[in-house]
Each structure stands twice: as C-alpha cells, then as structure tokens.
Write a new protein. Structure first.
Length: 724
C-alpha cells in the first residue's frame, strides 16, 4: 500500500536558517509555503519520519538508475547509499523484507525486487533520486522503464559472480539510451571476492571505455578501504598495491586523454599533465558517458560507499546537462524548467487503496496542479488535481514537478506506460517504450463462477499496469491464456489477481495441434435426398494437393456445376477443414480444386452443395496421407559460455534443431527451433540449469510434422477425452 503523506505541521518540527512561516495553518495534503533565503526554493515536504525536506530551487538534481543481474546486491547497495547520505538511520535487509525499495507484500514474500523502487537522498546539496530496478529478466518492463527514466546508471556487478546475462542485458539497455554510467563491483567483503578477475570480465564482456577509478584495499573479509587511482601516491599505499596502482593509473590516464583531443596531443608529446587537470577531464568524460569508472564497494560494511556517493555527485549528469530532447517528428525541447512542459510515463501501477498511479519523468518545463496536459500518444487531455513525489512507499504531495523530477499522478485512467504528456500549446511525442514479446504462457482456470465473472475486469487492470502481460482465449482449445516474460512473471500476476479478489488455478496450456496432408487425392461427394416436394441434390468432385496456405479454385468446365454453387462448395470445404480426420484438429496447408460435378434444376441448392463439398473433402482427405502437425518456436537462449554443453544437451532432449551458436565474450547465444510442447516449463528449467544466469526469448515459427510415436499418443488421448 502506498502511504499518502501530507505536508503539514509547518516549521514547528524544524526550520532552516532564515525560514519564515507564511501560513501558520496548513490544510491537510497541501505543501507548506515558506520564505527562505534566495538560494532556496519555497518547497517544503513533510516526511513521514517527522522531518522536513528542503529542496533548493537551483539545487543540482541526479536521477540514477540502479541495475544489475538478479542477486548482484543492488537493493542492498541502495540501502547503503540512503544510510550514508543520512536519509535513513539504518539499513534494512532484503531477507527481512525491511528495505525501502522492496516494500510490497509480494517483494517481502519472495525476497527480491518486482517493481522499480524510487528512493530519494541528498548528498552535499545534490538531490539524488535512485531508481532501483528489478534484476529478474521477467520484469523487463520495470527494468527498461527505470533505466529510461534516469539520466545516468549504476551498473552493479557481484565481486563473486562477475558479469552475468542480466548484466549484459541492462548494459545493452543503457547503451540504447546513451546512458553515462558507473560500474560498481559490490560484495567485496564476501568470500571468493576477486576484484581484478571481475574487472577483466567486465572489459571482455561489456562494450565501452571501462577503467578502474578506485582499487580495493584487501578482498573478501579483509576488504578495508578503497584507493583513488588518480589521487593516490604509489609510494604511500601498502606495498602489495603499488604495482597494481601504477598499472591502473596508466590505464585510467590513457582512457581519460582519449576523450580530450588537447590532452591527447600534449600527452603524446610527453608533457606531464597535472592531477587536477586529469581529475577535471575524468569527471567531464564520466559526465559525457565517454568513460565508465569502476569502483569496488561493500554495501554491508559501508566501505567505498562515501566515495561512490561523491563520484555520483561530481561525475554523473543532471537533467539539463543531458542535451536537447527530440520528439518523434523532430521537434526539440530544452530539458529545463522554463521550457514548455513535457513528460513521459515510465511506469503504471494499480494500488488497491490509492488506485491507478502513473509514474512520470518530467523532461521539460514545470507541471502544477490543475494544468491541462495533452496525452499526445492517445490524443486526450488530462488535468491532474494533485502532484506527488515518491520515496519508498510514501507519496508526498508537492506544489509542482519540474524538469528532472520523478513524480506521480493518481486516478487518471487515460494514462498508460510509455505515453507522452505535453503542454497542449506545444505538443510533442517521445518515442514509445519498446518491450519484447512474452515467452511463457499458463492456462487460467477460475475456481468459482464468481471468479470467472470477475476475471476479465481484474485481468484488464493487470494489463493496464503491465503491457508485457498478454491475455487471450485460444480459439482452438477454448482456454484462457496468460502470457508473460517468464514463470516468475506469471506467478506474480496470478498473485495480483488473488489480491484483487479473483482466485484461479494455473495449468499447462493445451497444444494447438493442426492436421494436413502429404499427397494428392481425389474423391466425390454427392448429397441426394428426397423427402417429398423439392429434394436436395449436390454433387462435386474435389482434388486435394499439399501446399502452403489454404487455396480453393474451380476447374469445372462445360457448366457441370453452375458458378453460383461454387461458394457453397467452398463453405462446405471450410466446414470440413475445421475437424481433421486424425484427431479432430483444424487442417491447414491444403489446396482444393473442384474438378467436376452435376446438379439438378429443381433439387440443387446452396445447402446441398455445401453438404456435398464437405463430404467430398472428407472422402478425399482419407487418401491424402493425413499427418498431425505440432507448433514450433524459434528459441534464443543467452547464457555464460560455460553452460554451452548443458544447454545443447538439454535442447537435444527437447527435440530441438540447433540453428546456430554465437559466442560474445564470456556469453553465448544459442538459436534453435523447438516444439512448443517442449518449452512449456522452459523458464523454470533454464533457471535451474544455469543457476539463474540464462535468459531466453521465443516467437512462433510455424508447424512441423509430429513424430509418429508421439502422434499416436496425441490421437489416443484425444479419442479418450471425446469418449469420457
């Protein structure tokens, strides 16, 4: 549940120097108006802890996404940053469900991030908003939305596990959005931590100018500090660090001068470049995203955390510094508070108590309550009555949202993930959030009639919140299917349905088999019936041929069948194709030709020829060697190369046809065509096989013949179900 926190109690709890109370009595759920010295904004927010948060109008602002592979320790790192900045008295624990980020009941129950946590802190006058994204690939909507809403990123890599598939995934997303970033090697206090091995892994696996900016003093339980590569004197560090420091400084300086032509020329000419000048060039390079510094830390002990905070303040860019914003039609916006307002919705959630929450990143301008905003993605206008900022589970009402802020709009049904909001007088639309197709599907079975009646409305709320979920009714099997990015994704979705009062059981979906023919065949279908008065007469000869797709044509000559009856024959063929001869599955890839027939001037009718067409098709298909088809999927699996043998062996047991193997550094991508029936538990199986270090995607790839021994089982099961 989100907690709405009004800004009240005015300056009685705390008042900064020069603060003058303008309104002695403040109504609930309103911001406190105060007069501050000229360097401060009159924007005081009441915090749940009892303190007042002051945000200077011109204070530097940083929005930083924290991203990693699942289990790398990013949520624990976010807690450590909050504690080090004074925003939190003590760190919570993921295991105990007490962290600021993982505050939902589902996150507490499962022990990992499901949503992107929004956290606020202040370091030396710089306001920093952390977007703690989930690590599981199943929650890609949260990951991509959280990274895109930020101006910079912390990419967290475990000092024990090194670069994993999830690391590469978030790195590629940061590349796509041209995101400056800092690489944080965490868990340096753990047994088997190895900074230098992981640094080499990063350089091999992740594209870009990576350089160590800090070195660890000790590793594992002996990790006791960090050394600034540019500032430290090799003669003043412990002996075991001197050689490593000299090498790291040389590599860092090389990377720095490569980002500055003037420095490069002077460096090549042998000129000595001072530390201060190198430091300034280093920060410019980090700010521009042309250098990715690496720093070792321990979130558990706090070692390296102050240095990381300083690096975030000094090196990472703020919103106005990211440069001109460009819309789909080429329009531009300055990312400043004075420009026309524009924002993008990067996340939507539905809170059972508060209702719909739309998380926005304000890209330009200033938004105030009551302002009319145009949803340029959907062509509708909205007028938010209240504006909020969020930290953890608390929503705090504010008088305005400025460029570079993360805010929340409530109870506006017309807002959806990826939509653009803009000043109607200066409309602009930003490119939408691109999301992958679902990879895992479960069948839903409502437990009661009441659950069945409520299911559609509840699912609609889920889909509104999460566009990576898909819900369909399979026409062939009649099953209700929920598709998501993985088994964990669909599990969480089912839990959300339960929270909405809809209880369902899940099962493995039925496979939508098809039938076809493999040889040509001809047959006659004659429908003749006399029952007094006009009778019924239809007679046609059909030839069936295997072919791609379904086709129907007439080869009748001499008027043996009047043209007006050909559409009726085609309808009869269509009726017969809905139920194949082997197991009653729909047929496909059959070309049908009407070759001959006869008619009666009085007794022939559309119904008679429709019946005759169906009879002729059923007679012909028996001699056309019918076969059962199974759907196949194009599967792409990414995992550490060390799992290649296990992946291939597992795919072979799934009757897969491996199409290719593409190594990329320490990771390999395996592409294969696999029967759909063999992939129904693949999400969980791959997690087990790779220790949660693999990721996959699937998309339909057509149909293939089902092997005879398996076809026999399917046919027998189908007949047994029909007779039950």
């Amino acid at each position: 549940m989100k907690r709405l926190v009004p800004a009240r109690r005015a300056c009685t709890a705390w008042r900064p120097p020069g603060c003058k109370l303008l309104a002695p009595s403040i109504a609930p759920a309103r911001a406190v108006a105060v007069r501050l010295p000229s360097s401060f904004l009159a924007s005081l927010l009441w915090k749940g802890s009892g303190d007042l948060f002051v945000q200077p109008e011109n204070a530097p602002v940083r929005i930083v996404s924290v991203a990693a592979h699942s289990g790398a320790g990013k949520t624990t790192l976010a807690e450590a940053l909050l504690v080090a900045s004074g925003a939190l008295p003590r760190a919570g624990r993921v295991e105990d469900g007490t962290t600021q980020s993982d505050h939902t009941e589902a996150e507490k129950q499962h022990g990992f991030s499901i949503t992107t946590g929004v956290l606020r802190l202040n370091r030396d006058g710089t306001d920093i908003t952390l977007l703690d994204t989930p690590g599981y690939a199943d929650f890609v909507r949260e990951i991509r939305g959280g990274i895109r809403a930020a101006d910079s990123a912390l990419i967290v890599v475990s000092a024990v596990s090194g670069v994993e598939v999830g690391t590469e995934r978030v790195w590629a997303t940061a590349d796509r959005f041209e995101m400056p970033r800092v690489v944080v090697i965490g868990k340096m206090d753990r047994e088997r931590a190895n900074f230098y091995a992981v640094l080499a892994d990063i350089r091999t696996s992740l594209k870009g100018p990576v350089a160590a900016a800090f070195l660890p003093m000790g590793e594992g339980p002996g990790f006791r500090g960090v050394v600034d590569v540019l500032a430290a004197n090799p003669e003043e560090v412990p002996g075991e660090l001197r050689a490593a420091l000299r090498e790291a400084r040389e590599g860092l300086v090389d990377t720095i001068v490569e980002t500055d032509d003037d420095l490069m020329n002077r460096y090549l000419e042998g000129e000595e470049i001072g530390t201060d000048e190198l430091r300034a060039a280093f920060l410019r390079a980090v700010h521009a995203g042309s250098l990715y510094p690496v720093i070792p830390v321990s979130a558990e002990t706090g070692v390296g955390i102050p240095e990381l905070l300083n690096l975030m303040v000094e090196g990472l860019r703020s919103a106005p510094e990211r440069g001109m914003l460009t819309g789909l039609d080429g329009q531009t916006r300055e990312p400043t508070p004075d420009a026309p307002a524009s924002a993008r919705i990067w996340r939507v959630s539905v809170d059972p108590f508060v209702g719909k929450l739309a998380y926005i990143r304000v890209w330009s301008g200033t938004i105030r309550p009551g302002d009319t905003l145009r949803n340029t993605t959907r062509g509708v206008d909205v007028k938010p009555a209240h504006l909020y900022v969020v930290s953890g589970k608390d929503l705090t009402e504010v008088p305005e949202l400025r460029a570079g802020m993360i805010g929340v709009l409530t109870k506006i049904p017309e807002l959806h993930t990826g939509d653009t909001l803009a000043d109607p007088a200066h409309p602009i639309e930003y490119d939408p959030l691109v999301l992958p197709d679902p990879a895992h599907t479960v069948a839903l079975f409502p437990k009661t009639r009441q659950d069945e009646d409520r299911l559609s409305a509840a699912v609609a709320r889920l889909l509104d919140e999460d566009p990576t979920l898909h819900f369909t009714r399979e026409a062939q099997t009649g099953e209700l299917l929920l598709s998501g990015m993985g088994d964990m994704h669909t599990t969480i979705a089912v839990e959300k349905l339960a929270a909405l009062g809809v209880n369902v059981e899940t099962g493995v979906p039925q496979i939508p088999y098809r039938e076809t023919i493999r040889t040509s065949s001809q047959a006659q279908g004659k429908h003749k019936k006399q029952s007094g008065g006009h009778g019924q007469y239809g007679d046609c000869h059909l030839r069936l041929d295997p072919g791609e797709g379904t086709a129907f044509r007439s080869e009748v000559v001499g008027g043996a069948i009047p043209g007006k009856y050909l559409p009726s024959i085609e309808k009869g063929v269509g009726d017969a194709m809905q139920k194949g001869p082997l197991a009653g599955y729909p047929m496909q890839d059959v070309h049908v030709a009407v070759t001959h027939g006869s008619y009666h001037d009085v007794d022939s009718s559309d119904l008679a020829f429709r019946t005759a067409g169906a009879l002729a098709f059923r007679n012909a298909v028996e001699g056309a060697r019918p076969v059962l088809l199974e759907p196949v999927m194009l599967l792409k699996v990414r995992a550490p190369a060390s799992f290649t043998g296990d992946l291939i062996s597992d795919l072979q047991t799934r009757r897969a046809r491996v199409q290719g193997m593409d190594p990329e550094g320490t990771v390999i991508t395996v592409t294969a065509v696999v029967p759909q029936s063999e992939l129904q538990t693949y999400s969980a199986d791959l997690r087990s096989l790779t220790g949660d270090r693999g990721a996959f995607s699937v998309k339909p790839y057509g149909y293939q013949d089902l092997p005879e021994h398996l076809a026999k089982k399917v046919i027998e099961a189908r007949k047994a179900a029909a007779n039950a």
